[in-house]
Design a protein around this ligand. Structure first.
Ligand code: ADP
Length: 316
């Protein structure tokens, strides 16, 4: 089983309109509504791959009730979200004027130490009931504790009865705090080129630059580091061996959630005990398949398997 932790899910509302005028009344057709949050998206990709997935994290208020209902309707996961005070957030995207999009993203309910402790206890409890192959901690949290993620990872590592790989997909200050200022080491991280660039303080656009960044000593000890570069594929550091992953060019619909699908695909591949090259191919193919869907985390397993045939992984 795979457990994902989503600290701050969202009800994602997307409006499609030809024109959008600030300060005026804009009328649109009914929006599409999806439940978002990096852990949920990763869970979707893993579940559509064939994993038994349990979603954990926080929902709150009436919007939290809606989140629960819409997740249940997907019939993909076991849902074990904790209740928190406040309302689960909305994230509104307005797609307008040929390719532009304007986003309004709420901050979501504030989390305190008790909320976090209850969540961690739940994860431990679930992992006692069934064998768990990966725990994915993905996305932001509305918490002022800069050390929240290192503390969570340390607590899980100290208290899990068996060793379970902890996959982490976070960014910005929280990633820096985890990798530079704490002694705890996650088993997997997946920065994209921007996140990696922010982390090492350089602009990264090429694989050569990404490869150089992956040699940073802060990545020492992390078994799986995937630096994803959108349509260029990825450069990875797996058990201190570096790999170039090349992907074919494909038609895309929306790359939102491709990174999350990559994480979910990787968790599935770990669960299946794939070898390194197979794992990387499967994870990349999930990101690609997601890019062919409007919904974040959505993949088509047949397409994923077909894409893996055309992905090349070479040690460099
Ligand atoms: P994030 O969503 O975290 O920014 P990326 O954009 O790097 O992550 O996407 C993750 C993976 O999804 C890529 O490594 C690739 O396999 C796939 N992907 C993303 N964008 C494209 C694209 N335009 N064409 C093909 N595959 C893509």
């Amino acid at each position: 089983m795979i457990i994902t932790i989503t600290m701050n899910p969202s009800v994602d509302i997307t409006y499609l309109t030809n024109t959008f005028k600030l300060g005026q009344l804009n009328r649109t057709k009914t929006p599409t509504i999806n439940i978002g949050g990096k852990g949920i998206n990763a869970g979707r990709a893993a579940a559509l791959s064939g994993s038994d997935v349990t979603l954990t994290g926080f929902i709150g208020g009436k919007i939290g009730d809606l989140t629960q209902i819409l997740l249940e309707e997907e019939k993909l996961f076991n849902i074990q979200m904790n209740q928190v005070s406040g309302e689960t957030r909305h994230a509104v995207t307005i797609m307008h004027d040929e390719g532009k999009h304007t986003e309004i993203v709420e901050e979501g309910p504030k989390l305190d130490g008790t909320n976090i402790q209850e969540l961690l206890e739940k994860v431990l409890h679930i992992s006692k009931e069934k064998p768990v192959n990966a725990i994915c901690i993905c996305g932001s949290a509305n918490s002022t504790d800069a050390f929240l993620f290192p503390k969570m990872i340390q607590y899980l590592k100290d208290n899990l009865e068996v060793e379970i790989p902890i996959l982490v997909d976070i960014s910005g200050e929280k990633l820096t705090c985890l990798l530079k200022d704490s002694s705890v080491t996650p088993d997997f991280i997946k920065p994209n080129e921007h996140e990696l660039g922010d982390f090492v303080g350089k602009t990264i656009t090429t694989k050569k630059e990404a490869l150089e960044a992956l040699h940073h000593s802060c990545f020492d000890g992390i078994k799986f580091v995937i630096a994803s570069l959108g349509e260029q594929g990825a450069v990875c550091r797996i058990n201190d061996v570096y790999y170039d992953v090349r992907i074919p060019k494909i038609e895309i619909k929306s790359t939102t959630g491709s990174g999350d699908a990559t994480v979910g695909g990787f968790a599935y591949a770990l669960e299946q005990n794939f070898d390194t090259k197979q794992m990387l191919k499967y994870a990349m193919a999930c990101g690609m398949s997601n890019a062919q869907h409007e919904e974040s985390g959505k993949i088509c397993r047949e397409d994923v398997l077909a894409f893996t045939q055309f992905i090349e992984v070479t040690a460099i």
